[in-house]
Ligand binder design. Structure first.
Ligand code: ZN
Length: 150
């Protein structure tokens, strides 16, 4: 199986069986994101204990990239605190070429190698319109977190 086929399998798996796809009971923060270009919608709900996400939900409709990115994100940020999440968001945006990195990327062919399943989205970099699909859940997560005052 080639790397691209593997990436496609991972994306389809998250799209077909999205993780953390049930509404939370009494979330601390909620945000809704829309990507009108593609018709993607995602609602992100978070529950925090202090600084850390103890429960998260991402529920939405849209293309496989947006929904798979949402599902992968919920797994990646669960249990992490705001600082760790900020770091993860930055690494994701560097991998997707949304942000530049000052650091040297260890393997330019696999800039997302440390991001687990999220690495599967790096192929989307080649399609600028779809980058917005992949980024939508992350923008929405940051809005949901901003709603929660410490
Ligand atoms: Zn989309």
């Amino acid at each position: 199986m080639s790397l691209n086929e593997l990436y496609r399998e991972v994306i389809l798996d998250h799209y077909r069986s999205p993780r953390h796809h049930e509404h939370l009971d009494g979330p601390d923060g909620t945000a809704e994101g829309k990507n009108p270009l593609c018709g993607d919608e995602v609602t992100v709900e978070v529950k925090l204990d202090g600084d850390a996400i103890i429960a998260i939900a991402a529920i939405g409709v849209g293309c496989s990239i947006s929904q798979a990115s949402a599902s992968m994100m919920t797994e990646a940020v669960s249990g992490k605190d705001r600082r760790e999440i900020g770091e993860l968001v930055r690494k994701f945006k560097v991998m997707m070429s949304i942000e530049d990195s000052e650091e040297e990327i260890v393997d330019p062919d696999r800039p997302g190698a440390a991001l687990g399943d999220l690495e599967a989205l790096q192929g989307v970099r080649k399609f600028p319109v779809r980058i917005k699909c992949a980024d939508l859940p992350w923008i929405t997560l940051q809005q949901a977190l901003a709603e929660v005052t410490e």
